[in-house]
Design a protein around this ligand. Structure first.
Ligand code: TRP
Length: 477
């Protein structure tokens, strides 16, 4: 029988479609339908890009400043090593085993492990946490971009303390400005996400991550060479001061460990789905954690010497980066240039993180609907932007919309996501991976990590879930 070229083509297409459909619910695919990182290094750049962000440069220094410096740093490092790294390994592993959005990955992995499909709650809760985090993240990132413009134009040269505080209050009190910069930042995030894993995410981290490390080294050198207070900064960061440390500091340290490593919501799981097979997950996770912790400590080494050299307060809270630092840069030689570099660094760090907050939801929409990547990214991004308006307006029009404890919308988003949803997601991830995931799956993913496996298993089964639980209990009582 004669078969025309067209018929043949249609047949080929039908077979491909069938294969694709089957591929969706299947395990152990070698590739994700969303694309793949082109190498292990690019996965490290992407995951470190997610991890290194406002958490390291804005949040870590002010938390350390408020909670006793060295003790807080110690508690934070303990949480990274005993809770953070094991869960980081677990998330990468689940992602690479499932090769789909966290929601669907958890569904197929639970099924293959004879566990309840309800474990996909990890994915759902994670997507929710992602929206909540992005809500306030986009606002702060917008401020950082606005400060690049302010620094370049020399607005802070020679500025006095009162004037710096007033300039910050005027800026955050202007809803149009705050929403405008938040919108600009979100538009950038959506554009990158819409371009997909290869042309969007990887292209961004490939250039921004090396630039970020270079800028940070330049700033540390600047701080070390010009402030004359480098040692005072180091002392503050590493010398324990128990006076300012409370049980609330402990949960802050743990929340920070989750936040800074991007754990507990599936961001790293989503990125793990695009990681090539055949390289060690434990080694990769350790590299990411070291890079992330290194950046946090280096940010402290940039910020505190500047603060002390100018006789300013280390416990200024969230305003540390936006009020205290401009004063410091304003008084320093080369402050205009290095202040600009600083806020460019912060903006770069923020954008490589925000794309990872969007990815779990975008990947799910792409898998579940026929919208495709670009429209899916716009849809998800718009929802995040809308929720972000609530955070943006918390500083001006909505300053009076407070809940219990006088927390405004912004504070609630921050507190609930970081101190509740992420640790809860972390417990569930640790329990599922440590106790329920089928041994076949585990062995297949950790084939390169046989030596570390027993230690990882012990930490994941016992230490990580119990650690989170204890910190929860201590905080409640
Ligand atoms: N880790 C980033 C930071 O420190 C923020 C971030 C990106 C994040 N993706 C995340 C936090 C996922 C929690 C979960 O700035």
């Amino acid at each position: 029988m004669y078969v025309g070229m067209d018929d043949l083509w249609i047949q080929v297409k039908m077979v491909t479609i069938k294969l694709r459909k089957r591929g969706r619910g299947m395990l152990n695919q070698s590739e994700s339908m969303h694309g793949m990182w082109s190498s292990r290094l690019m996965f490290i750049f992407a995951a470190a890009g997610s991890a290194v962000g406002l958490g390291n440069i804005w949040r870590f220094p002010y938390l350390a400043g408020e909670n006793g410096g060295g003790v807080f740093v110690l508690a934070y490092l303990g949480c990274i090593a005993l809770i953070g790294i094991p869960i980081l390994v677990a998330e990468i592993l689940l992602g690479r085993a499932g090769r789909q959005s966290p929601i669907n990955a958890m569904l197929v992995l639970a099924k293959a492990s004879n566990a309840s499909p309800a474990w996909s709650i990890i994915g759902w809760m994670g997507a929710l946490a992602g929206f909540m985090i992005l809500s306030f993240y986009g606002v702060i990132a917008g401020w950082a971009m606005a400060y690049v413009a302010d620094m370049v134009s020399g607005n802070f040269v020679g500025i006095e303390a009162d004037a710096a505080a007033k300039s910050f209050d005027d800026f955050t009190g202007d809803p149009l400005k705050v929403v405008g910069w938040q919108t600009a930042f979100m538009a950038l995030t959506i554009t990158i996400a819409a371009r997909g894993v290869g042309r969007g995410l990887e292209m961004t981290v490939r250039y921004l991550m090396p630039a970020l490390f270079l800028l940070l080294v330049v700033l540390v050198l600047y701080s070390a060479l010009t402030t004359g207070h480098f040692v005072a900064g180091l002392t503050f960061l590493f010398q324990p001061n128990f006076d300012d440390f409370s049980s609330n500091s402990l949960i802050m340290a743990m929340g920070q460990a989750f936040f800074t490593l991007s754990l507990g919501m599936g961001a790293i799981m989503a990125y793990g789905a695009y990681m090539p097979k055949g390289s060690s997950i434990v080694g990769t996770a350790a590299t990411i954690a070291v890079l992330d912790t290194g950046v946090a400590l280096m940010s402290g080494m940039v910020i505190f010497p500047l603060v002390f050299a100018n006789g300013l307060e280390s416990s200024a809270g969230p305003g540390l980066m936006f009020i205290t630092l401009p004063i410091a840069f304003g008084q320093m030689i080369g402050g205009q240039i290095f202040g600009t570099i600083f806020f460019v660094l912060v903006s770069f760090a923020a954008i490589t993180s925000s794309i990872s907050l969007l990815e779990p939801a975008v990947a799910w929409v792409v898998e579940k609907t026929r919208l495709g990547r670009a429209r899916g990214a716009v849809l998800v991004g718009l929802i995040a932007w809308l929720l972000g308006l609530g955070s943006a307006l918390s500083f001006n029009l909505g300053a009076e919309w407070t809940l219990t404890n006088g927390m405004n919308f912004f504070d609630v988003m921050d507190y609930v996501s970081n101190n509740i949803l992420l640790p809860l997601g972390g417990i569930l991830i640790a329990i599922f991976t440590g106790w329920l995931l089928s041994e076949d799956q585990l062995q297949a993913q950790l084939a390169e990590d046989q030596g570390a496996l027993p230690v990882w298993r012990f930490l994941t089964r016992f230490i990580a879930p119990l650690g989170v639980l204890i910190v929860f209990l201590v905080t409640i009582f």
